[in-house]
Design a binder for this molecule. Structure first.
Ligand code: FE
Length: 249
């Protein structure tokens, strides 16, 4: 069965990386919750998509330049007055949930990996008994490599449309294989059966991301990808149930 990952806690249904979205996702009949992490200036780990607060909260600034208290003072837009969560809070929220973690390691404002960030993320997840329930993702091959050095947990490389276009499918597969990356995910609009077959022929798992519309979700289900992320988890659950019903007739 194709797995569903609620992207940033279901952005189009609950706001971007909101406590409400993560709480709602924890109770949903899906497999994964996707979230993104950034470090604060004082060493905390915050669940937020962008490296800055500018676009999604009432404050500005790079998370890595702010203290946890400053980040916590930000109010998330369309977040019903809520504030960005710490990774520890997310762990607590999912301790009793059947939904597992899909943890994206984000770069900083400069597009480069945060120095020494992966190890404390792994340690925090381990401390809260969530590491064994986590698969990691990143757009950066350097972050894939860093993850492999400190953990044997599964990793998936997010391949952007521009990287797929520039490298081409063969070089994407070659890069994944040479870095020991077991799974890749592409934007759903760039996914097709030929690409999936090529990836799978190399022994890699294939998934896609950004399946937000009914048509995109249906495409992912028709292809039979391993997993897709969606900003509309409630819709995705309904479409998958319909799809499975049709498949069993
Ligand atoms: Fe993400």
């Amino acid at each position: 069965m194709t797995r569903i990952a609620s992207h940033r806690g279901g952005t189009l249904e609950f706001g971007d990386s909101t406590p409400q979205g993560f709480a709602a996702t924890a109770a949903m009949a899906l497999e994964e919750v996707e979230f993104d992490l950034h470090p604060t200036a004082d060493g905390a780990i915050v669940v937020h998509h962008d490296p800055t607060l500018d676009a999604t909260t009432d404050m500005t600034g790079a998370i890595a330049d702010l203290t946890l208290a400053e980040v916590k003072a930000a109010t998330i837009r369309y977040g019903a007055g809520s504030h960005p969560m710490r990774l520890e809070e997310l762990c607590a929220l999912y301790a009793g949930s059947e939904v597992n973690f899909r943890c994206e390691i984000k770069p900083g404002v400069d597009g480069l990996p945060y120095q020494g960030f992966v190890a404390p993320v792994i340690a925090t997840l381990e401390r809260h008994s969530m590491l064994k329930r986590t698969i990691f993702s990143s757009f950066l091959v350097a972050s894939m490599d860093e993850l492999a050095q400190v953990s044997s947990r599964p990793r998936l490389w997010l391949v952007s449309p521009s990287v797929l276009r520039q490298l081409g499918p063969d070089a994407v597969v070659e890069t994944a294989v040479s870095h020991g990356i077991p799974e890749i995910g592409v934007h759903v609009d760039t996914a097709d059966a030929a690409l999936m077959a090529k990836v799978q022929a190399a022994g890699l798992d294939f998934g896609c991301w950004a399946a937000h519309s009914r048509a995109q979700i249906t495409k992912a289900l028709d292809l039979g990808v391993k997993v897709f992320t969606t900003d509309r988890p409630t819709l995705a659950i309904a479409v998958r149930a319909e799809h499975r019903g049709e498949a069993s007739v």
